[in-house]
Design a protein around this ligand. Structure first.
Ligand code: PBG
Length: 321
């Protein structure tokens, strides 16, 4: 035998030397939830280890992530009062904006402060946009709301905004609003290829944003389609996206790879709440090795082509690395 692939697998040191893919704390982005009007942080029942934070506990969690070397934080606000328009989303005194001011004062440049830019956490009906009288999600009037939310977030200290509502033209609308207000330097990380996924289930407990009727299939993508993601990514880049995201990650690694091969901007992938919950639940029963499964899931997302990974395990994994 000339070739013996096992030669390079003989010791941990050799395996480490030739590893093609590495995880770095700086490539990880931690999603954080901040809820208005609660006295104490509340653990999300379907996501053990993930909390709806108070403003104070959020500051602590953000500080710990930054100290562990995590590259970015992405904030989700859970307001006390919701209405049809999602008014709290662009209220300067809304929970997201207050939390942003706290964190940008605390953290400075230690970690990149990002915001999820959507309406579903803020609307009484739980959809990502405004509704027509007949109950459909109206694309173009929603864009005006997103533009206003982008400004509120930027003015409160967001360093990157991440539109996740899957309205057509959302990146262009947000880019134009930011540029028009002197925020031309704030990047847009577009949830470009976002699927209508069952794996978001636990997130809807964390962000209290389950749609009150219907589902998101008229605006999020059909899991059957991969080429459609390339179209979504192309459009978002034409509209000015700086980073493109694929979401979920684990069940869509083929999409991550195809997107990576088709663009020259950083590619992010979101390991979503259901991916987190499945591993935690199986590990809690002793059915899989928790740390190995977490590590393998993240290495695989990177191997598929993601430069950045959004993961609820970001702080824990960064500490281990
Ligand atoms: C929408 C949004 C969702 C997630 C991130 N942004 C929910 C949805 O589209 O239903 C899901 C994240 C996760 O499941 O971890 N604001």
């Amino acid at each position: 035998m000339i070739e013996r692939p096992r030669r390079l697998r003989r010791s941990a040191a050799l395996r480490r030397l030739v590893a093609e893919t590495r995880l770095n704390p700086a490539d990880l982005i931690l999603p954080l939830f901040v809820k208005e009007g609660i006295e104490e942080a509340a653990e999300v029942s379907s996501m053990p280890g993930v909390y709806q934070h108070t403003r104070d506990s959020l500051r602590k969690a953000a500080h710990e992530a930054a100290e562990a070397g995590v590259g970015g934080l992405i904030l989700f606000g859970v307001p006390e009062h919701k209405d049809e328009r999602g008014s709290a989303a662009d209220d300067p005194q809304g929970i997201m904006q207050r939390a942003l001011r706290d964190l940008s004062a605390d953290l400075g440049d230690a970690v990149v402060l990002m915001t999820d830019l959507c309406l579903d956490e803020y609307t009484s009906h739980g959809h990502c946009g405004l509704l027509t009288p007949s109950g459909e999600v109206d694309n173009d009037s929603t864009l005006e709301r997103y533009a206003s939310v982008a400004l509120a977030q930027a003015e409160a200290g967001a360093q990157v905004v991440a539109p996740s509502g899957m309205m057509d033209g959302q990146v262009r609308a947000i880019r134009a609003a930011l540029d028009g207000a002197g925020h031309q330097d704030i990047p847009v990380m577009a949830y470009a290829a976002k699927y209508a996924s069952a794996f978001y289930g636990p997130f809807r407990d964390a962000a209290e944003c389950a749609p009150q009727f219907g589902d998101r299939a008229s605006y999020q993508q059909d899991p059957a389609n991969a080429r459609e993601s390339l179209r979504e990514v192309r459009l978002d880049l034409e509209e000015g996206a700086d980073i493109v995201m694929v979401k979920p990650a684990g069940a869509y690694l083929d999409v991550v790879r195809q997107v990576k091969d088709s663009v020259d901007v950083p590619v992010a992938a979101y390991q979503v709440s259901g991916e987190y919950a499945m591993i935690e639940a199986a590990a809690a029963r002793g059915w899989i090795d928790r740390e190995r499964a977490i590590h393998e899931s993240l290495v695989s997302i990177r191997r598929a082509g993601a430069d950045l990974v959004l993961t609820y395990w970001a702080t824990e994994v960064a500490r281990r690395l």
